[in-house]
Design a protein around this ligand. Structure first.
Ligand code: ZN
Length: 156
C-alpha cells in the first residue's frame, strides 16, 4: 500500500464521489456537528448506540474531499463495532495524521489512504473533522434537540 504519496488517492476520490452511510438516522441516540472554518467543512455525525455497540451511524453536511472521504471511511470502519474500538481507531488515526505514529503498520485499515494529509498541515483539520464530531457525539449522553457544534481547534 502506498500510504504516504498523493493527497487525493483513488479511494479518497471514490469516497468523496459516493460517501458511505451518508444521510440521517430516524432516531439517533447521539449526535454532534463539526465545523472547520478554515476550509468551510460542516459535517454532522449521528449514532445509534445499543449498549456499547455502534449499531448504526450516518453523517451529513458538506465538505472538501478530504473531510468527506475521512468521515465516509470512518462510518464504514466503526459501524457495528464497539465504542472502545472506535475510540482506539480515532486515536491511531489522529496520531498518524499529526505525525505521532508511522502510517506504515498503523492499525487503521483503509484509512491509511489519508495518511498523506500529514504533509499538508492546513488539511489535517479536514481529515479529523468527522472524528472530532464522532468523539463529541460519544461524549454526549442524549441527543439534544439542537445539535452541538464542535469547532476544530488544534489538530492535536
Ligand atoms: Zn476541508
Amino acid at each position: 500500500m502506498t500510504a504516504d504519496t498523493d493527497l487525493y488517492q483513488e479511494v479518497v476520490i471514490e469516497h468523496k464521489r459516493s460517501p458511505r452511510n451518508f444521510g440521517t438516522l430516524p432516531a439517533p441516540t447521539h449526535q454532534a456537528r463539526g465545523h472547520n472554518p478554515s476550509c468551510g467543512d460542516d459535517l454532522s455525525v449521528q449514532l445509534e448506540l445499543d449498549g456499547d455497540t455502534i449499531r448504526d451511524i450516518r453523517f451529513h453536511g458538506s465538505g472538501c474531499a478530504i473531510s468527506m472521504a475521512s468521515a465516509s471511511m470512518m462510518t464504514e470502519a466503526i459501524r457495528g463495532r464497539s465504542v472502545a474500538t472506535a475510540r482506539e481507531l480515532q486515536q491511531h488515526f489522529r496520531a498518524v495524521l499529526t505525525g505521532q505514529e508511522e502510517a506504515e503498520g498503523a492499525p487503521i485499515g483503509k484509512l491509511v489512504s489519508l495518511a498523506a494529509v500529514r504533509r499538508y498541515p492546513s488539511r489535517i483539520k479536514c481529515g479529523l473533522l468527522g472524528w472530532h464530531a464522532l468523539m463529541h457525539a460519544l461524549n454526549d449522553d442524549a441527543a439534544p434537540a439542537e445539535e452541538g457544534v464542535v469547532t476544530t481547534k488544534d489538530a492535536t
